[in-house]
Write a protein of this length. Structure first.
Length: 107
């Protein structure tokens, strides 16, 4: 459980860093919120990742990074399709949370 808290905490920290970079880069205000929501979904959304004999929830950024490092980015879509019953609610929850955070904190 502690490992999941650390993983998702690091993912949200990365999103905060990206939001700061987007703001400092001079991105127009009307693009900041959608960019933050899109980045947070790509980095933070929980997906079920394979771990030997079980599937464990991990941030999508970790799975995406591993897929890109292995040279198999299309495997991510297979993983999302295999666990669609978990991916769909987590996508909706991440969209809702990141939209609320972007609306509340991004100016």
């Amino acid at each position: 459980m502690f490992v999941l808290v650390v993983l998702f905490g690091m993912a949200w920290g990365l999103v905060a860093l990206l939001a700061y970079a987007i703001r400092k880069a001079g991105t127009p205000a009307r693009f900041r919120r959608p960019a933050l929501v899109a980045l947070s979904v790509l980095v933070v959304m929980p997906v079920l990742g394979p771990a030997t004999i079980v599937a464990v929830p991990v941030p999508m950024g970790l799975v995406l990074g591993a897929a890109l490092a292995a040279g198999e980015p299309l495997e991510l879509f297979d993983l999302l399709a295999a666990f669609w019953w978990f991916s769909l609610p987590s996508l909706l929850a991440t969209l809702a949370a990141s939209s609320w955070l972007a609306w509340r904190f991004v100016r």
